[in-house]
Design a protein around this ligand. Structure first.
Ligand SMILES: Cc1ncc(COP(=O)(O)O)c(C=O)c1O
Length: 301
């Protein structure tokens, strides 16, 4: 990508390269940054955000869980997203909103200041430079999901992604695309940046909320499946449930339904029939072919 988009930083629009902080900033040296990411989709000459309100609700929840406050209101952030994507003529991609303390934190651990805010339009060419694979391989990670009493796992906090980094690295070193972790309660949790679903005897199953991130894609898939009359269960999954699944897929904002073709040493149909149906239903949603979900899109420009 030659020309990077401009960035909204504390109410100023600046070049991508200038969106920097000091190495000793609290965000960097204490790992206190927070963020959220949602998809943006072009349609008939306009560009729409996918479930922006739900993502901003999650951002508010992150702030509450960490007792932090942004310098800007959610309304101001929405306006900034519209302005920034319009000015960049952003097409298909994502918008990433970051909250962080740019203040140096050599001694201070707790700061009173409100968080700085940066907003980045991220074109698909940046986050998916090699295109999209049809299916992936996955394994169990040796790293457990963080316990929610150590750090709130429902907060989209940068620090939580050190766990995600370790999981992904461990999986890649073993020759898999990604790893899934298990909580300290012994139940399957999620991937580094994705939720997990299995299909067993025609029932779509996914771990319940509480010890995983409240993925907006996960929620969308559950609602689309239910509206279609498909059988859905939010339920604790044992490792054995994963080993004996008929089908399996992961999901996140970037890729709505990503079939798993091999889990550990076991091959799976990818996509299996239920996964294929869900992928096609979700594809209809994000390509504006299913009017039932038109209120999931907010026009940006
Ligand atoms: C740990 C984790 N789980 C699940 C997801 C999927 O969430 P969403 O569908 O909102 O992108 C993410 C996304 O970044 C994540 O980091």
């Amino acid at each position: 990508m030659d020309q990077k988009p401009t960035v909204w930083l504390n109410n100023r629009i600046i070049p991508w390269e200038d969106a920097t902080v000091h190495v000793l900033s609290h965000g960097m040296s204490r790992g206190s940054g927070i963020f959220d990411v949602f998809g943006i989709h072009p349609h008939e000459g306009h560009v729409y955000a996918f479930r922006m309100d739900k993502h901003l609700e999650r951002l508010e929840n992150t702030l509450r869980l960490l007792d932090m406050e942004l310098k800007y209101s959610m309304e101001e952030i929405k306006e900034a997203v519209c302005k920034l994507t319009r000015e960049n003529k952003s097409g298909r991609g994502m918008v990433k909103i970051m909250g962080f303390w740019a203040e140096e934190a050599i001694v201070n651990l707790v700061l009173d200041a409100k968080l700085d805010v940066a907003i980045f339009p991220v074109p698909q060419a940046i986050y998916m430079p090699n295109g999209h694979h049809d299916s992936i391989t996955a394994c169990f990670s040796k790293w457990r999901k963080l316990h929610p009493e150590t750090i709130p796992v429902q907060a989209k906090a940068c620090a939580n992604y050190l766990n995600g980094y370790l999981m992904r690295k461990d999986a890649m070193q073993r020759g898999f695309d990604l790893g899934l972790n298990v909580g300290t309660d012994g139940f399957v949790a999620e991937g580094s940046v994705e939720s997990v679903f299995i299909v067993k005897d025609g029932v779509i199953k996914t771990p319940p909320l509480g010890r995983i991130l409240a993925s907006v894609t996960r929620d969308s898939i559950l609602r689309v499946a239910e509206n279609e009359g498909m059988s859905v269960q939010e339920t604790h999954l044992e490792k054995e449930d994963i080993y004996t699944a008929d089908e399996m897929f992961t999901c996140h904002t970037g890729i709505k339904v990503e079939p798993v073709r091999r889990f550990e040493d076991r091959d799976l149909p990818a996509p299996g029939p239920v996964t294929a149906k869900l992928a096609s239903l979700m594809d209809n949603v994000i390509t504006f072919k299913d009017d039932r979900y038109s209120d999931w899109f907010q026009k940006l420009y």
